[in-house]
Ligand binder design. Structure first.
Ligand code: PMV
Length: 362
């Protein structure tokens, strides 16, 4: 079935709904679909919105998908349900978490012209809400599984644009490998696109977990404060330059250049967070200790760099050849509970029905 937008005004951009080969499986319209998506780590961060209603970010951003870490989500249409049901890691979710998923599903229901309630079953193999972007893989998987279950046939840019309404960074988990999320100033199109495949560069992300608890101020609330920092305007004004340097560093596989721009960008975002009103401090003493250790390890010649999202966990990115040494050093750091591993990974994808794919392996 080819669906059209039942409510064209709800569509944020001029992107067309055209068939996309990688999603052709969804042409046999089923009432259930399962999708798998990876989180991503941004080297150039998204923080703050230019247009909150259309979720247009204040600046473009650039990331790498993280394989090994995954969300698998099944959406099943069930007209007999009175309301949507969300099961996350085996537990039924109510309140704000459910509402957020429902609002996102409403967008898909409008596009499909089908009001059916759904059962959403979602599973992560990594902790939620502590600096590993579970909302990115979560909403990327939900966008793909939801669109497929409702028989929508979306090209990758349209799917990415859809996913950003769940969580901005989710749009970057739709394409594979190394990804840029750009907004076209003229058309308002805002979606992510791959600029290098996952095989391009053998990097590893060693994620030092300092806390597995849910962060106090989520990124949605935190981002609304970004404009209250006097540093945000300068951070945004310089972002096109950082995008360019980061893209070049990745395309040239220049680790030192990548490290310099990645650390600058993370520090800039946290400087904005710390100088917002009220201020947001996501770092813990252990986070700072790791950042300082990374600077020492660089002097010793270890190809490592750091970046932190809206949480205390530190993403220590290294060349794969330095991964074992980096892991050993991180595990010795005070306060480190665990170290998760992520590698450049492919796009969000549909899985065959009743898929038993082990999340440990993908
Ligand atoms: O996608 P959100 O709304 O969860 O925002 C994520 C923002 C950061 O992770 C802090 C930065 C980024 O670009 O991923």
């Amino acid at each position: 079935m080819h669906s059209t937008f039942s409510d064209p005004s709800s569509h944020p951009s001029s992107l067309q709904l055209t068939p996309h080969p990688s999603y052709s499986i969804l042409l046999d319209m089923t009432q259930a679909a399962t999708a798998l998506a990876h989180p991503n780590i941004a080297f150039i961060k998204y923080w703050g919105l230019k247009d909150a209603a259309n979720r247009i970010p204040a600046n473009d951003s650039l990331s790498m998908n993280l394989g090994g870490l995954s969300t698998r989500t099944t959406v099943t249409l069930d007209p007999s349900l009175r309301a949507d049901v969300l099961i996350l890691n085996g537990e039924r979710v109510s309140g704000a978490g459910l509402e957020r998923a429902q609002l996102f599903l409403d967008r898909i229901r409008r596009l499909a012209g089908n009001p059916s309630p759904v059962l959403i079953e979602s599973e992560n193999n990594f902790p939620i809400g502590a600096g590993v972007a579970s909302s990115a893989s979560g909403f990327a998987a939900l966008a793909l599984a939801g669109a497929a279950a409702f028989g929508l046939d979306l090209a990758e840019p349209a799917l990415s644009a859809l996913a950003r309404f769940g969580s901005g960074s989710a749009c970057r988990s739709i394409p594979g490998g190394f990804v840029e999320w750009r907004t076209d100033a003229e058309t308002g199109d805002s979606f992510a696109k791959s600029f290098a495949p996952e095989e391009h560069w053998d990097l590893a992300d060693c994620i030092a977990i300092l806390s597995e608890s849910h962060k106090k101020t989520g990124s949605e609330v935190g981002m609304r404060l970004a404009g209250t920092s006097p540093l945000q305007a300068a951070r945004v004004a310089d972002s096109a330059r950082r995008m360019r340097l980061c893209r070049e560093a990745i395309l040239n596989r220049d680790f030192n250049a990548l490290a310099a721009i990645t650390e600058l960008d993370s520090n800039l975002m946290h400087a904005v967070m710390m100088t917002s009103q009220p201020p947001l401090f996501y770092w813990q003493p252990g986070s700072l200790a790791i950042m300082q250790a990374v600077k020492r390890w660089q002097v010793e010649g270890l190809p490592v760099t750091y970046t932190l999202d809206a949480g205390p966990n530190v993403h220590v990115i290294c060349l794969k050849e330095a991964m074992d040494e980096t892991l050993t050093r991180l595990r010795r750091m005070p306060g480190v509970l665990d170290v998760l591993l992520g590698f450049p990974a492919g796009p969000a994808r549909l899985l065959p029905g009743d898929s038993q794919v082990s999340l440990q392996k993908v």
